[in-house]
Structures are given as C-alpha cells and as structure tokens.
Design a protein around this ligand. Structure first.
Ligand SMILES: Nc1ncnc2c1ncn2[C@@H]1O[C@H](COP(=O)(O)OP(=O)(O)OP(=O)(O)O)[C@@H](O)[C@H]1O
Length: 454
C-alpha cells in the first residue's frame, strides 16, 4: 500500500464511494468531500498528495466554471498539491484549460479503473519528486550558507587597505569581472570572498579554482565537465566548476599560470556564457561572476606573448591591487595581535603580549610572504613562547630574508643564492621569467640552482 493521501471532491455520492472503494486498498488515506465549500475547512489540505476535483458542481449548468473556481481556491491554499480534474462531459477543451490553471491532468467520466489508477499514481509520483526537489533545494541553500559562512574578518585600518575595501564594496554590487593582483599572501582570496559575500549572488556559492594546481590535461574537464566515457577515467557524468558556480561566483586563482592554449578555451566560454561538457554536444548556459587573481604582471605577460590580451580585457573590467604588508604601516601590529589572540586561544596560552622591541622589529621586517608569513610567524611564536611577554628571541623570521637584508654579513655567493630564491619565489618557480628578471639565461639559472642546491 502506498503511503499517499488522496482527497476526492465531487457532489455525486456514487462517484465518491466508487473511487473510495477503488483507492482505499492502494493509498493509506482516502478522504471524500461532497460539498466543495468544505475545502477551506480541511485543515491539513496541504498534506494531501493528490486531489481529484470535479469540474461541475451545480448540476444544472455544466459550464465547468465551478471547477475552475475551486481549482484556483485549492491552489491558493495548497500550491504544491497535484490536482486531477474530473469531467463527465468529455469537454476536452475545457479540461485542457484547467491545466493552464495548475491542474496536472484530467480524467473523463465514466472512468476506466486501470486508467484512473495510473493517472493518480503518476500524479502521486510527480508530487513526491516535487517535494524531494524542494527538500534538496532547502538543503542546498543550507549547504551554500555553510560554505559561505567561512567569511573571515579583514583586519587593518591603514589607508592602503581601506582604499582596497572601498573599491571592493563598490564593485561587489555590480556584475563586473574583477582582477585582483598582489604579492603572494596579501589576501587576494580574502578580497575575492568579500566581493562575493557583498554581491547580489551571496546566497549562491563561490567556487574556488586554483588554476596552477590543475594538470594541463585535466583543465577542460575540471572547468567544463565531462560525460561518462568521454575519456578513459570518465566513469560518470561530471559537472565542471563553471556549472557548479552557475548563478554564483567563480574565483580563478593564479590565472597567470594558465597555459596559452587553455586561455583561448577560457575566453570562448567567458564570451559565449555557455559550456559544452567534454564528450557531449549539449550546450549548457552558465551565468557566473568571474573573479580572477594573480601575482604575475599580466600586462607584461601580454607584451611577452604569454597572456592573451583579449582575455585580459575580459577578466579585468575592474582591477584591484592588494598592497604588500610592508606598505600597510601599523596594520602589521593589528594583524600580529589578531593572530596572537587566535593562536593563543587555539593553543590555550592566554595572556600573551608583544613587547615594544618586537613591535619595532615586526614593523621593520619586509614580510616577503606578507600576511601568510606573519600568520605562520605568530603561530610558531605562540607555540614556542615560554613567557607572557613575547620578546625578539621568541620570533624566528624567515632566515633567508633576514640574511638578505643584512648584506654586510654575507658572501657574494650567498647573496646570489638569495636573489635566485627570491626571484623563483616571486615568479612561482617559473624559470624563464625568473631568469629574465635576474638578467641571466634560463640555462644559467638552472645551473646555478643545481650548484646552490636550491
Ligand atoms: N587583512 C587580513 N586580515 C586577516 N587575515 C588575513 C588578511 N589578509 C590575509 N589574511 C590571511 O592570510 C592568509 C593568506 O591570504 P590569502 O590566501 O587570501 O592570500 P593570497 O594573496 O590569495 O595568497 P596567494 O597569492 O598565495 O594565493 C589567509 O589565511 C588569510 O585568511
């Protein structure tokens, strides 16, 4: 027996008892109503899965208008109920019109038992699917909310960061594509998330893609999806990141690392606002707000033929440059104290404070790894601290950098080694660009990294 609830509304007693008899062995609850005026007093009307509704109640004038009237009333109270109209007069045109008003099907009287059972069953299944979809949508909404909840506070009051936050707020409300640039660890991803969270699509999700982490051979599949059997490892259909981000924000991090040949594929999707999964020929429209980030100089890359100019124009309607930490003055102390509290709580070491000597040192240091480096420095310091007042000795700054700053104490070889490390770090291990910046050939750079065991 099906668990469904069926309501039959008909002024003909014979019809009611015949249908009740037919359905009571199939569905758990079968309720009959002879007078449609009783519809509004059925308190749990919304809980009915299927409602069978007669088209003609005032027996003399069979225009079907009463059916329309009661159908509208029903749909108002229980918009999700599956309503099947019943008409004794074979007036198919009228019955078809009820479909436009929200009925899902109609049956003609006298009915064929098997046919009416099949119609009711189909309506019941449809209602069930609709409820499932609605439940899924609700949990999707909750999930999206949870995903977006990772919103993090942006610390800092310097004019440099304030200018960034101001433009972030302005651009968030538009649908413009945004390019965020800045050194590693300056908070580009944080800014991308802030744009999404202040945008009209904040209820939807932000999909984060680290372009440099995707092997070239998988790029298309990751971004545009594939269908089962499209290639050896395609065991199932899979949506790409563009589809997942539909109606939300797609954050493409490290866009400067995208190989040229893939740049044209990305450009096509951005221009056409549609994707085709690998192995399929079905065109799927995608509506995403694009935010890209990079620590590369894309204009320079365009000049060098490494980045498509037309793609650059597409992605940087608005350009936000996130300043390096060393350009944010006292934000360094605000951030250091923020991370100090965070890790003091995490490692249960409350009451820690920064000495004025260490504050001076923090302000003087150049923070090549920016906020990420400061964050790690503070975590290490909290773990290793033995007193409440943190002193210079508690801090372990990036050895390479501190040495490089104090050039008087190091050899030329060490200086060269530091320069190579810094250049490779700056260009994310890209030998060609690092070699160019250092003014040596790629081969020389390669030989030197081997010699210095970098
Ligand atoms: N203003 C800020 N306030 C608090 N935390 C910050 C701030 N800026 C950055 N962070 C934190 O610093 C870390 C690095 O930030 P993020 O990952 O956004 O930098 P990024 O510029 O995207 O780095 P990458 O270039 O390496 O991708 C993160 O843990 C982030 O939460």
């Amino acid at each position: 027996m099906q668990s469904g609830k069926i309501l039959i509304v008909d002024d003909n007693k014979g019809v009611l008892s015949a249908l009740e008899l037919l359905l009571q062995d199939v569905y758990k609850t079968v309720t009959t109503l002879q007078n449609p005026n009783g519809i509004s007093s059925v308190t749990d009307l919304k809980s009915y899965d299927v409602i069978l509704l007669d088209m003609n109640f005032s027996s003399r004038i069979n225009t079907g208008n009463e059916g329309f009237y009661w159908l509208r009333k029903l749909k108002k109270i229980a918009p999700d109920a599956s309503v099947i109209m019943m008409t004794a007069f074979g007036d198919v045109e009228l019955a078809v019109n009820t479909l436009k008003e929200g009925a899902i099907d109609f049956v003609l009287k006298p009915w064929d038992n098997e046919k009416i059972l099949a119609t009711i069953h189909a309506a019941f299944q449809l209602g069930k699917s609709k409820k499932e979809v609605s439940l899924l949508k609700q949990s999707e909404k909750k999930l999206k909310h949870l995903i977006n909840e990772t919103e993090q506070q942006i610390i800092g009051t310097s004019s440099a960061i304030n200018a960034v936050l101001k433009i972030t707020e302005k651009v968030a409300k538009t649908s413009a594509n945004v390019l965020i640039t800045g050194e590693n660890g300056t908070g580009k991803e944080l800014i991308a998330r802030a744009i999404h969270n202040q945008s009209a699509q904040h209820q939807e999700i932000l999909v984060n893609v680290d372009v440099s982490a995707i092997p070239e051979s998988l790029f298309e599949s990751e971004l545009f999806g594939h269908v089962k059997g499209a290639f050896t490892d395609a065991k199932n259909d899979r949506a790409g990141k563009f589809e997942v981000a539909h109606n939300g924000t797609l954050f493409l991090d490290e866009i400067g690392n995208l190989p040229l040949q893939l740049q044209s594929k990305l450009l096509k999707v951005i221009q056409q606002k549609e994707i085709v999964r690998i192995g399929s020929n079905k065109v799927i429209p995608v509506n995403v707000r694009l935010v890209c980030a990079t620590n590369c100089d894309l204009n320079k890359m365009v000049d060098e033929g490494l980045f498509r100019e037309d793609l650059l124009y597409r992605i940087n309607t608005i350009h936000i440059e996130v300043p390096a930490l060393r350009e944010r003055g006292n934000d360094i102390i605000e951030l250091a104290e923020f991370f100090l509290n965070k890790y003091a709580n995490k490692y249960d070491k409350k009451g820690l404070k920064l000495s004025s000597a260490i504050k001076k040192k923090l302000l003087k240091y150049t923070w090549p790894g920016n906020i990420r480096e400061l964050q790690h420095t503070m975590e290490r310091c909290v773990i290793l601290s033995e007193n409440n007042l943190l002193k210079v000795n508690d801090f372990m700054f990036n050895q390479r950098q501190t040495k490089a700053l104090n050039t008087a104490d190091i050899t030329i070889d060490e200086m060269e080694k530091n320069m190579i490390i810094t250049a490779l770090k700056k260009y994310d291990g890209n030998y060609s660009t690092a070699a160019e910046q250092l003014g040596i050939t790629r081969q020389t750079l390669y030989n030197k990294t081997k010699r210095y065991k970098i």
